[in-house]
Design a protein around this ligand. Structure first.
Ligand SMILES: Nc1nc2c(ncn2[C@@H]2O[C@H](COP(=O)(O)OP(=O)(O)OP(=O)(O)O)[C@@H](O)[C@H]2O)c(=O)[nH]1
Ligand SMILES: [Mg+2]
Length: 534
């Protein structure tokens, strides 16, 4: 066993964080630029890539590339300035937010992006609330300063009013839109002036100067300079200081201004973020709190993804390490199965690329490819068994019949739909009386239907047709057989079975649900499957 000192050092140099916001604020673009400055890539790609431009690393899925939006969260590990960063780029669209919420469980802090022209948008507000409930420190990056946007003081006030957290600027913008010249770093007390490079694919040259340096007069418009000095005086005078304890307790959010697509303010952000963000934090298991410094390896599965790489058509279980040290070939327990599993195929993840991982530490996210051995929410542990029970689950709200369109692809259809359901983006149900070629698919967000059908076609070569069902609620049913035999099911309901054979019912509307509950006092109507009572 390695010395405690080395273990501690490895923990302390890690940062595991998620990037969150309303769609289109620039999360994937910022991710790409953080990779560029972290040296993980040498030429940054773009979300809306045209013919001869690189695609953004973290939008690797075919549908993401086609639509220029993120659909699933992406894990990227890279090093910068002696730190190991585990970055989680999440999708902003609410129809994919299940995945975002689960991913947040793996993070120790969050970077909240705000489009400076739009301010705090609805989905950002929801995600902020989730972070706040989890007590995650939140860092704000005001993006798209290269476009005309709101006044920076107004943006700070909006954060305070809408989100209810005190916003403290770490850097301050110099102009905006065409006039955006750079930022003043309030901690380093330097003006950083940027030059625009073509398409932001490479690092940008930065010129630094003191606020009262006389050379600034030659570079900056006198009005802009006067305003900057006045603003800084105002902020300093108001005692706006960045207090580390308050950041850690999520009582304040440090605010950074910049433009991800132009690489303005990205490196400055990274440099300040690393010492301010927490290293891997303890996690609560059902039994007790697990500290990262504990020697036994433990972690939990927060995400499953199939077919990430066309050369490896397999499923990866993403594990966030909570304690101990991971070593290749380690044997762990999966307490859900009560069986030991040898982790022979474990990988370091960089978007869709992967490398064998020999060792990993708390905060790291590793991919396990043991087929079928892990479900979403599973714990993997050495030492005494514990159960991490944090992975949130959601009630599906939309239901559709998805049918295989070509009989000879039936097997692939079955396989595909089961594997996609394992990712947790949908639940599969079977109408007790219906044919084998039909599956009822239940999802939280409507857009998931498009994603599932597209992926069945592109990853399994299966064409499907879809028919929406007018149902609103799904409930699992528990009752003695004699009660079930005489139960009154009411109009517009459909009896179904889930993948494990549990009986459930699809109910048309709120009224129908109330009616069934009232008419059947001896039946338990459960929101989650009885065999999976996380
Ligand atoms: N003008 C300007 N555009 C930007 C900037 N950063 C990102 N964009 C553009 O904003 C659009 C959305 O960027 P993404 O990075 O895909 O946004 P996202 O937050 O990852 O979106 P979802 O993952 O779909 O929620 C793209 O067209 C980007 O090129 C910026 O600093 N300035
Ligand atoms: Mg994105």
């Amino acid at each position: 066993m390695q010395s405690n000192k080395t273990h501690l050092k490895e923990i302390q140099r890690r940062r595991t964080f998620a990037i969150i916001s309303h769609p289109d604020a620039g999360k994937t673009t910022l991710t790409e630029k953080l990779l560029l400055y972290g040296g993980a890539i040498h030429l940054a790609g773009s979300v809306t890539s045209r013919k001869n431009r690189r695609q953004a690393t973290s939008d690797w899925m075919e549908l993401e590339k086609q639509r220029g939006i993120s659909i699933t969260s992406t894990v990227l590990q890279f090093e910068y300035a002696e730190h190991v960063l585990n970055l989680l780029d999440t999708p902003g669209h609410q129809d994919f937010s299940e995945d975002t919420y689960r991913t947040l469980v793996a993070a120790d802090s969050a970077i909240m992006l705000i489009d400076s022209a739009k301010g705090v948008e609805p989905q950002t507000r929801k995600l902020f609330e989730v972070c706040r409930q989890r007590g995650l420190p939140i860092f704000t990056f005001m993006n798209k300063l290269d476009r005309p946007g709101k006044d920076p003081f107004d943006l700070l006030a909006e954060i305070e009013h809408v989100l209810g957290i005190h916003a403290v600027p770490v850097n301050w913008p110099i102009g905006n839109g065409q006039e955006f010249k750079g930022v003043y770093d309030r901690l380093g007390k330097k003006v950083h002036l940027f030059s625009r490079t073509e398409l932001g694919a490479k690092k940008v040259p930065v010129q630094a100067a003191d606020l009262h340096d006389s050379s600034l007069k030659k570079i900056l418009d006198p009005e802009l300079l006067r305003k900057l000095r006045e603003d800084i005086e105002l902020l300093d005078g108001a005692g706006e200081t960045v207090n580390q304890e308050k950041i850690t307790k999520a009582e304040i959010t440090p605010v950074f201004f910049g433009s991800a697509s132009n690489n303005f303010g990205v490196e400055l952000f990274l440099r300040h973020f690393l010492p301010m963000a927490p290293s891997p934090l303890p996690r609560a298991a059902a039994e007790r709190i697990i500290q990262p410094e504990e020697p036994e390896f433990r972690g939990f599965v927060f995400k499953i993804q199939a077919n990430m790489n066309p050369h490896h058509r397999d499923r990866i279980a993403f594990v966030r390490i909570v304690s101990g040290k991971f070593e290749r070939d380690i044997t762990v327990l999966n307490p859900r199965l009560g069986k030991p599993v040898r982790l022979t195929r474990s990988e370091k993840i960089f978007a869709q690329k992967r490398d064998i991982v020999d060792e990993a530490y708390p905060g790291d996210i590793i991919g396990l490819t043991n087929p079928g051995a892990f479900h979403l929410g599973d714990t993997v542990c050495a030492g005494e068994p514990v159960h991490f029970k944090d992975i949130p689950r959601f009630l599906p709200e939309h239901f559709a019949l998805i049918q295989n369109a070509t009989a000879e692809r039936y097997k692939q259809f079955q396989k595909g739909i089961v594997q996609l359901a394992e990712e947790g983006v949908a639940q599969l149900l079977r109408d007790e009386g219906a044919s084998q070629t039909q599956r009822i698919v239940a999802v939280v967000g409507l857009l998931q239907f498009d994603v599932i059908r597209f992926r069945l076609q592109s990853e399994y070569d299966v064409k499907t047709s879809i028919e929406m069902l007018s149902c609103k609620h799904l409930r699992w049913i528990q009752a003695p057989p004699e009660v079930l035999a005489t139960a009154y099911w009411g109009p517009g309901t459909r009896k179904v079975r889930d993948g494990e054979g549990n009986l459930a019912v699809l109910i048309k509307d709120d009224w129908g649900l109330q009616y069934m509950v009232k008419e059947n006092p001896e039946i338990k109507f459960l929101e989650f499957a009885p065999s999976n009572p996380n």
